[in-house]
Ligand binder design. Structure first.
Ligand SMILES: COc1nc(N)nc2c1ncn2[C@H]1C[C@H](O)[C@@H](COP(=O)(O)OP(=O)(O)OP(=O)(O)O)O1
Length: 217
């Protein structure tokens, strides 16, 4: 279990899911020296709708994701999650349980992103476009389910590549922890435009975990 120590204090967690490719298990976790807190928030409804935002600028531009960003000095993580949701989607969360914590490292970056994931189950207002995000409703129900034929499925091909690893836990309302290390993205050819190339996932793990464990430092 020591390879997971970079995220967790001692405690019991559910079965651990790790990389498929066996050679990646020989790679070390990337070294980092600075832990930075971020939030990531997804509005969901009882009947299987989920609101994703198309990121218009900055880190992750061109991908769908939840709403969130850096925790500012003097804020709690919860306050930051509420603020970022309001700034990016124009809604105010009134019920927002903490449900996940994922750490991301990137080759040649000293920063370990410490991302706190929340599920927004009640809010005031309607999600609408902001400077940073264009919100759009999707369905988390299987395509065969006839109850919401007009909504698109969750667009994993247009999201961060780690998302389809932990979304099953998120959608099943399970709390979870994990870590993903990314290789450096390939250098974009000169003059190329559009979505930034992904770095491949170098090593990762996810597991169900009780909320208390997920909230410890
Ligand atoms: C690498 O894998 C990731 N996957 C997912 N799903 N989400 C990620 C990943 N890495 C980071 N994120 C999330 C965490 C945050 O919600 C945002 C990044 O925050 P951002 O850089 O946009 O922070 P802001 O404070 O809003 O930035 P500005 O200073 O530009 O306003 O991505």
């Amino acid at each position: 279990m020591d390879q997971f120590a970079s995220l967790l204090p001692s405690g019991s967690i559910g079965p651990v899911h790790t990389n498929g490719p066996s050679d990646s298990l020989h790679l070390s976790w990337l070294p980092t020296s600075t832990l930075k807190q971020y939030t990531l928030v997804f509005p969901v409804t009882e009947d299987g709708k989920i609101c994703l935002g198309m990121k218009k600028r900055g880190f992750g531009a061109g991908r769908y994701n939840g709403f969130g960003g850096k925790v500012e000095p003097g804020e709690t993580v919860f306050e930051a999650a509420k603020r970022e949701l309001h700034e990016e989607a124009n809604i105010v969360a009134t019920k927002m349980p903490h449900c996940g914590r994922i750490r991301f490292a990137f080759e040649d970056s000293p920063v370990l992103m410490d991302v706190f994931v929340y599920r927004v189950e009640a809010w005031e207002g309607d999600p609408s476009e902001t400077e940073e995000m264009l919100p759009a409703w999707h369905t988390s129900l299987p395509p065969s389910d006839p109850s919401m034929p007009q909504l698109p499925q969750i667009p994993f091909d247009d999201m961060w590549p780690d998302d389809d690893l932990w979304f099953p836990l998120f959608l099943a309302k399970k709390s979870f922890v994990g870590r993903v290390d990314f290789n450096k993205p390939p250098v974009a050819p000169e003059g190329s435009e559009g979505k930034m190339e992904d770095g491949s996932m170098r090593r990762w793990w996810f597991a169900e975990a009780p909320v208390e464990l997920m909230q410890s430092s």
